[in-house]
Design a protein. Sequence first.
Length: 245
Amino acid sequence: MLSGSVIAVTSGKGGVGKSTVSVNLATALARSGKNVALIDLDIYGFSVPNIMNISSRPKTINQKIIPIEAHGVKVMSMGFLIKGNDPVVWRGPMLGKMVEHFTKDVMWGELDYVILDMPPGTGDVALDMHNFIPQSKEIIVTTPHQTATHVAERAGTMAIKSEHEIIGVVENMSYFQPIEGQDKYYLFGKGGGEALAENLHTEVLARLPIQEPQEGSPTPAIYEEGTQLYTEYNKLAAKINELHS
């Protein structure tokens, strides 16, 4: 079973960086000294093993799964249970079984935080998560673009209707700022995160910039010390810790 504070990272649509936010928030919380688990509940579109460059598979003891540990985080994903990059072709009832499986049949130990990387939208997994993990809170990820925030509002509305607290909004890809420059370029517009937070009666937790790829890094989507996003994710983790102190 799960202990600690459970935070579901959700979005209305794909492509807004939800999984990248989930992974970097989890690793930043671990750097702050917390015991953190990351559960990849995007059953069809799992990407956490690839983002974290995990190639090993979990072992089992007495029919219980021992999660993989990477970057100081305990990790479980559908990607550990299938062959290669095969697709998952399941109907809805099987999805609920995996949500229950990942929460009840994994040896998580004592945790401070559980980060859930949710699939985009308001489908079966979101419904099952709300039922199996009623104590979970939510972070809504969006870009500043009006279409992204419009769709993300549905995910937030679902959380409110199911009586799950929304901690706040993370506006990803907020702007691009060249390493050697001071000017910011708002490639996807401005103000989307603020508008979404206002509509959902919550706050903007972070505005994350677009960053140039980290060449030569084995995990280019996990931002390393010295990068702007490393600093921004540390700030986000500090804010989460403050909210849960």
